[in-house]
Design a protein around this ligand. Structure first.
Ligand code: C5P
Ligand code: MG
Length: 297
């Protein structure tokens, strides 16, 4: 039975009986999975968020950093700047996870957060050469099971699109250092723009924040065009803003949405259950997504 609602969860895969798994409509999940498995793994693509979806939210009771936090906490920013970034985090993160405020009210505040943080980072004259070291020294961790996740997708030639409002240069480095940055991966994210001396001078292109992933997906429709023959999508996220990451996929046949509910669990559970097919409550692993992938391939 589903742990939160008592609905019977069919034994499609054994991982569904893990205590972290919640589903509003287990039958629907089963139907989608059967339909995707029947279509075959060569029709599947995976679209995933990065921070707090592919990376851990916490380890040993301590919060793990996002891409931004890796820089915020590093020696690449001055003490004064650290304080200012911390103040931004303390102001805006509670707004990000506040489900009592509507998205249209939160959106301009999120733009404000990203814009202010990026402006501060740009003032710090961060050097490209130093990024690998700060990532190595950070507490960022991919979720347990990441090796199987990345290697399995690669072995089965399933494209993985990582769609992140974090920082592309940083997330690539996290994945590279974990030795799983395989050629089936594409990244849409905020990339740093360095001058001729390798010093950060701006962020490239349109800002991606947590509530404009739909626009980002539509702007990058060329990418999805190449993937037209893959109308079955496995989507993974940790924010309700991540639900729009597949909006650029045309002729979609099936989409299975897996959502990590890391924080403010009680307040947000119902809205996650209403929008994600599978909700993983305080689950720091990729065990369930891996189970789904093994079933599909
Ligand atoms: O990869 P993803 O799209 O999840 O990255 C966005 C995350 O980055 C947000 O959930 C937000 O909490 C975090 N963030 C941050 N510092 C900022 C802006 C965003 O930690 N300045
Ligand atoms: Mg995230």
């Amino acid at each position: 039975d589903c742990n939160c609602c008592g609905v019977k969860v069919s034994a499609v895969i054994p991982e569904f009986s893990n205590p972290s798994v919640c589903m509003k409509d287990p039958q629907r999940v089963q139907d989608i999975m059967e339909s995707m498995a029947k279509a075959g793994s060569n029709t599947v693509q995976v679209i995933s968020d990065f921070d707090m979806t592919l990376t851990r939210f916490a380890y040993n009771g301590k919060r793990c950093p996002t891409c931004h936090n890796i820089l915020d906490n590093s020696d690449l920013v001055s003490e004064e700047c650290k304080e200012q970034l911390k103040e931004l985090l303390d102001t805006y993160y509670p707004i990000e996870i506040d489900c009592s405020r509507p998205v249209d009210e939160k959106l301009p505040l999120m733009v404000e957060w990203w814009t202010k943080a990026h402006a501060l980072l740009v003032q710090q004259r961060i050097k490209k050469d130093h990024l690998a070291l700060v990532v190595r020294e950070s507490d960022a961790m991919l979720r347990d099971g990441y090796q199987l996740f990345f290697d399995h997708l690669h072995e089965h030639s399933i494209p993985l699109l990582i769609f992140s409002a974090g920082i592309g240069d940083i997330l690539e480095e996290v994945i590279r250092q974990a030795k799983v940055f395989h050629p089936n991966i594409n990244v849409f994210s905020n990339y740093m723009d360095f001058d001729d001396c390798g010093v950060l001078r701006a962020f490239k292109g349109e800002l991606i924040h947590i509530y404009n992933k739909r626009e980002g997906a539509l702007l990058n429709s060329g990418h999805f065009e190449e993937l037209r023959a893959r109308p079955n999508v496995l989507l993974m996220g940790d924010s309700l803003g991540d639900l729009n990451m597949a909006d650029g996929v045309q002729d979609m046949e099936n989409i299975l949405k897996i959502g990590f509910l890391n924080d403010k669990v009680e307040e947000r559970k119902q809205s996650y259950l209403d929008s994600y097919d599978i909700v993983l409550v305080k689950d720091e692993t990729l065990v369930v997504p891996n189970g789904v992938l093994l079933y599909l391939t």
